[in-house]
Design a protein. Structure first.
Lengths: 107, 122
């Protein structure tokens, strides 16, 4: 199985701050990488697919980058509604695997 | 408008079989390229992919659950199903179904259900 190592496990950011979350795959995944946001008590919502493509309706302050084994999610200006858990997921090989998640809080 | 909704038994006992239903609208599992996946999440923990089923009835399973999983669909009623045999307390989780969309050959879970909580307890 492809292991997805996500960091940091938790993050506290101030309003307007730029933050990054990293995801490291145990082998190359050719940008078959998605990012999801999950708010408390809610289901995950797709933010980014194909490593850097923004899902329709997602604010442009979210962006993704990376290639090979290293990927990142950036929020360019932290907003209160961005609090929640963030997960990366690879769809390059079965079984699909997720990162352990990053809890993002507003400072 | 794409929606999905999971349903299940709520509580069941160890060794029983868990049967989950995903009822969806806004797309059809008879349409080329469409699929539905099942993902679960123990409380306070991460996400685990379980299985996918495709428009052509192709199926993929997470081998970590060995032969306990069976995924199926009822295209005419817009439903997908997941059965997990011989459950134990480790199967306690919220279970989600999600539509598998395809953009530029990239598979993604683009719409998710609200989830159904399942507790395994004696």
């Amino acid at each position: 199985d492809i292991q997805m190592t996500q960091s940091p496990a938790s993050l506290s950011a101030s309003l307007g701050e730029t933050i990054s979350i990293e995801c490291l795959a145990s082998e190359g995944i050719s940008s078959y990488l998605a990012w999801y946001q999950q708010k408390p008590g809610k289901s995950p919502q797709l933010l980014i697919y194909g490593a850097n493509s923004l899902q329709a309706g997602v604010p442009s302050r979210f962006s993704g980058s990376g290639s090979g084994t290293q990927y990142s999610l950036k929020i360019s200006s932290m907003q209160p509604e961005d609090e929640g858990d963030y997960f990366c997921q690879q769809s390059y090989k079965f079984p699909y695997t997720f990162g352990a998640g990053t809890k993002l809080e507003l400072k | 408008q794409v929606t999905l909704k999971e349903s299940g038994p709520g509580i069941l006992q160890p060794s029983q079989t868990l049967s989950l239903t995903c009822t969806f609208s806004g797309f059809s599992l008879s349409t080329y390229g469409m699929g539905v996946g099942w993902i679960r999440q123990p409380s306070g923990k991460g996400l685990e992919w379980l299985a996918n089923i495709w428009w052509d009835d192709d199926k993929y399973y997470n081998p970590s659950l060995k032969n306990r999983l069976t995924i199926s669909k009822d295209t005419s009623n817009n439903q997908a199903f997941l059965k997990i045999t011989n459950v134990d307390t480790a199967d306690t989780a919220t279970y989600y179904c999600a539509r598998i969309g395809t953009i530029a050959a990239i598979l993604l879970f683009d719409y998710w259900g609200q989830g159904v909580m399942v507790t395994v307890s004696s």
